[in-house]
Design a protein around this ligand. Structure first.
Ligand SMILES: Nc1nc2c(ncn2[C@@H]2O[C@H](COP(=O)(O)OP(=O)(O)OP(=O)(O)O)[C@@H](O)[C@H]2O)c(=O)[nH]1
Ligand SMILES: [Mg+2]
Length: 465
């Protein structure tokens, strides 16, 4: 389907606005781009690979530089430039990654969007859809990970969802290339969504006043821009300074101050809550869940114990002790001893020593590489086999010492992640988070790790906190 793929790396401190992207060739409106946008870890890059014919990356490393990947693909019968963006939970950025994604929307005048959503966590995806709808950006929705959603008993009525959003919705399984052709075809019908919620009267009035002060922005509707400014998006200040007169800027600040004074919570939170209300209604109408499985009662009880004020502490101590026994004793002691002594020292190195002596001519070269004959290797200074030999020390230290520790550490870490124990033990203090079962997982989000339910729900993202 596709051809050349190139990667433009935006440095870790990009300047705000379209200029940051345009400088690096991201904003080229004449190419009529299609931009892949979605929450972190929903399969954007996998879909990018499936659509362009190239697979670029399937993991993200918090704290690294932000990468924007370009390619091209035949979409609805036309060759279009395709951009893969960093994960974003909203268009009011809370991280460098989110800012890059939002700036691309500014830069790409006339672009269409493929919003990629994790079908297991429609709620989080729809919060982004609302913001795309407010920005009047034409988009289609890819309900990705639909394999995992079905396996977890989560069913999304794509037809109903499409009717509610007013945009095409296509179920996909990016890693198996399922639904990818239909998704490519659907981009021809991308259109702005009607799923833009009305806010309370005070916000609506402030938005209207802010819109009157703002000039039409690149690639994004002034209503969305007004909401971003009111939500306190400081990353826009430089951009607005370039485009607005000082009086208009001061007017925006005043508007925001007046509106903020009406609510006890931050405006960002208030706006997010009102968006969430319509998102929840829509989720209720289109998502159905298979009845919970039998074991869930036991799992729920276990989960409740881990969050109990008294029981939680001994459970935590027991888990830490288990981890120590697994990594510190089994991995770092027994595993290292076994590999270093029983495998390397007693078997592998003598075997290699013998093999090298058999192939190397006896004399100075053999002595240089494996030491004098008849002397045990720890007492020789051979370059390959010897006390500090490249094979006898380098290889055995590299494998025998590092491997068991790293392997047991990551095994323990991933088991902890999958059981969801760490956030359950520590997560009951966070506002808005209900620990409702051991179905928690840590996931990269907001450029850091966030605790996310197995259904992918990240409460912090919902409230913009
Ligand atoms: N089961 C399943 N796994 C998927 C699907 N799509 C992607 N994945 C897996 O999900 C993980 C994340 O996929 P990526 O394509 O890196 O996700 P992304 O949205 O680009 O992630 P960020 O760029 O980090 O935000 C990878 O391990 C993929 O193999 C899918 O449809 N089904
Ligand atoms: Mg990606």
């Amino acid at each position: 389907m596709g051809d050349k793929v190139s990667i433009a790396t935006i440095p870790s401190r990009p300047s705000t606005t379209t200029l940051a992207c345009a400088d690096r060739g991201v904003g080229r409106p004449e190419h009529d781009a299609v931009v892949l946008i979605g929450n972190p870890n929903v399969g954007k890059s996998a879909l990018f690979g499936a659509l362009t014919g190239k697979y670029v990356t399937v993991s993200n490393y918090p704290g690294t530089t932000v990468e924007v990947t370009h390619g091209s693909a035949i979409l609805a019968g036309r060759r279009r430039r395709l951009l893969d963006t960093p994960g974003a939970n909203g268009l009011t950025p809370m991280s460098e990654d989110e800012q890059v994604t939002r700036d691309i929307l500014f830069a790409e005048r006339g672009c269409s969007v493929i919003q990629v959503c994790d079908a297991r966590n429609l709620r989080r995806g729809l919060l982004l859809s609302v913001q795309l709808a407010e920005a009047r950006v034409p988009f289609v929705l890819a309900l990705n990970m639909s394999d995992e959603a079905k396996a977890s008993g989560i069913f999304v009525d794509a037809t109903k969802l499409s009717a509610a959003l007013g945009v095409p919705v296509v179920e996909t399984v990016a890693v198996q290339h399922r639904g990818v052709k239909a998704l490519a075809e659907s981009t021809g019908d991308a259109r702005p969504s009607s799923f833009a919620p009305p806010y309370d009267d005070a916000i609506e009035k402030a938005v209207a006043e802010a819109q009157a002060l703002l000039r039409p922005a690149d690639g994004i509707d002034t209503r969305a821009l007004a909401l971003m400014v009111l939500a306190g998006d400081e990353s826009l200040r430089k951009y607005l300074k370039l485009r607005l007169a000082d009086r208009a800027l001061a007017g925006m600040d005043e508007l925001r101050r007046r509106l903020a004074a009406r609510y006890p919570e931050s405006l960002r939170y208030v706006i997010a809550r009102q968006r969430l209300a319509v998102v929840d209604r829509l989720c209720g109408a289109v998502v159905s869940r298979a009845p919970a499985r039998k074991e869930s009662a036991l799992l729920r009880r276990l989960s409740a114990w881990t969050t109990h004020p008294w029981l939680g502490i001994p459970i935590l101590a027991a888990i830490l002790l288990l981890c120590y026994e697994f990594v510190g004793v089994l991995g770092a002691k027994l595993g290292v001893d076994f590999l270093e002594n029983a495998i390397f020292r007693q078997r592998l190195i003598p075997l290699l020593d013998g093999a090298l002596r058999a192939v190397l001519p006896s004399g100075p070269i053999q002595e240089l590489l494996v030491g004098p004959p008849g002397v045990p290797f720890p007492e020789t200074a051979g370059f390959l086999i010897g006390r500090y030999g490249a094979i006898s020390m380098g290889l055995s230290y590299g494998l025998a010492i590092v491997l068991p520790i790293v392997a047991t550490f990551f095994l323990a870490f991933s088991m902890l992640e999958d059981t969801g124990v760490p956030p359950a033990l520590g997560g009951d203090g966070e506002p808005g988070v209900q620990v409702d079962g051991p179905q928690w997982q840590s996931r990269p989000a907001h450029g850091a790790w966030a605790w996310v339910r197995h259904d992918g729900h990240d409460d912090r993202a919902d409230y913009g906190d």
